[in-house]
Ligand binder design. Structure first.
Ligand code: DQA
Length: 142
């Protein structure tokens, strides 16, 4: 069974209580379950991780690059300014799907630019937790 990593950046561990009007009521544990169940349906062994630490996220991306593991990444706020995360993503050797729960294009102007999008295979945003389901389904089609 092929391995897929679902990596989540800062504040996503607070899903459920964090701005539910924007991010919905499913908590982080629920997100993990959704990803693992979707993975099972698609024949993926899905590992889900979250960190608030940029260095830790960069380290995970290096490990994914070394082992050519496909990645679904919600970079959260790093999306908009982290060249370190972008440069780590650029080293990946398997597909990278950027996901967002909300649609950043409809929100504050600082969210309109993604420094990650240019090195991602594709981006899925605005479908709530279903963005992750769609990202895993996209990986299954590649
Ligand atoms: C987010 C959108 C980002 O702008 C924000 O900083 C997040 C979450 C999303 O999933 O909608 O933390 O990536």
């Amino acid at each position: 069974m092929s391995v897929v990593w679902v990596l989540n950046g800062p504040n996503l561990g607070r899903l459920g209580s964090r701005e539910p009007d924007v991010y919905g009521s499913v908590d982080y544990a629920g997100l993990v379950t959704v990803c693992q169940e979707t993975g099972k349906e698609l024949g993926f062994d899905v590992e889900v991780r979250q960190t608030d630490d940029e260095a830790e996220l960069v380290g995970w991306l290096h490990a994914a690059a070394d082992d050519a593991i496909p990645v679904v990444l919600n970079p959260a706020a790093f999306t908009h300014y982290s060249y370190a995360v972008r440069d780590a993503c650029a080293q990946l050797r398997a597909p990278l799907i950027e996901v967002h729960i909300s649609n950043p294009a409809t929100r504050e102007s600082f969210r309109h630019n993604s420094v990650i999008a240019g090195v991602a295979t594709g981006t899925i945003a605005g479908f709530g937790i279903n963005s992750y389901r769609l990202a895993l389904a996209a990986l299954a089609r590649l």
